[in-house]
Design a protein around this ligand. Sequence first.
Ligand SMILES: [Zn+2]
Length: 319
Amino acid sequence: MMCDICNSKETYVKDYEHIYEFKGKKIKFIAPRRFCSNCNNFVYDEELDHAVGLKAIDLYNKKYGIPKDEIINLRKQYSLSQELFSKIIGCAKKTLISYEKGTSIPNDNFMIILKSLIKNPSMILEIVDSNKELFTDKEYQKINKNVSAFVDLDNKNELDEYNGYTKRNHNKIVNLILMICNKGILKTKLLKEMFYADFLNYKNTGTSITGLCYAKIDHGPVPDNYETLINRLCKDNIIDYIVTYQNDYEYHNIIGKKDVDTSVFNEEELNTINSVINFFEKYTSRDIEKFSHEEVAFKQTKFYDNMSYDYAFDIERIK
Ligand SMILES: [Zn+2]
């Protein structure tokens, strides 16, 4: 790399306070930048400067806009492709991809639409209906089918003792699972640790972490409809589900494929999750299954019914 001003090839990198301005909002942060050793002017460094540009957009979106993960989650909640979702919100597919990658900042129109949808997911049906002529019959049916499935689920989500008075939060579900199966874990153990994390958090704070309901099955407590959940996470490339056989036994392994984003949790939730993971570290699937059968929540609930979070107060063996 060479200095444009004095042509020196001697350069060095040091931390520098970058200031960006987007839409009248200043973003300040420290990141490495390359300088000329001879005259101390900036030297262009494609890799460093590109990373800095992305970081500025990321910080802006997190502070004033919409973080890219929320845009991806929004679209995936509806089970829509980038193609269809971009058509619905009225932007080019390329533009949506740049929002999801975090390489650009949504313009004000899209920002308003995306924020409204995050707040009120069923609004998407109104948007689609008022622009019906934009879609082929096939597209229209597909959108309605996928979106209704989600919107129904969302509307049913009244806060009660079975979800720990907490709205279901897909982002937290994903990251709770990623935290627990970080190094790979057997499915039975994963499902039990989710139960303990949610119930203990309810015991400590009065809300669950994920808003999931838990049902009683033979193997102990499990998230209600966990098969659908696990299948969806596999399809979304968030986890791998691998079945292996050994001495006539089937082992159902779940392995995380994404980095955990712990920023979706508050401190209390993180502590709870970590204490559950640590507590059961040496437990086999069989051990944790047996352990969970001793819970009042398990004993007092009928098979295939959902468990009331009120039983969380009876969990006493894990601190
Ligand atoms: Zn120079």
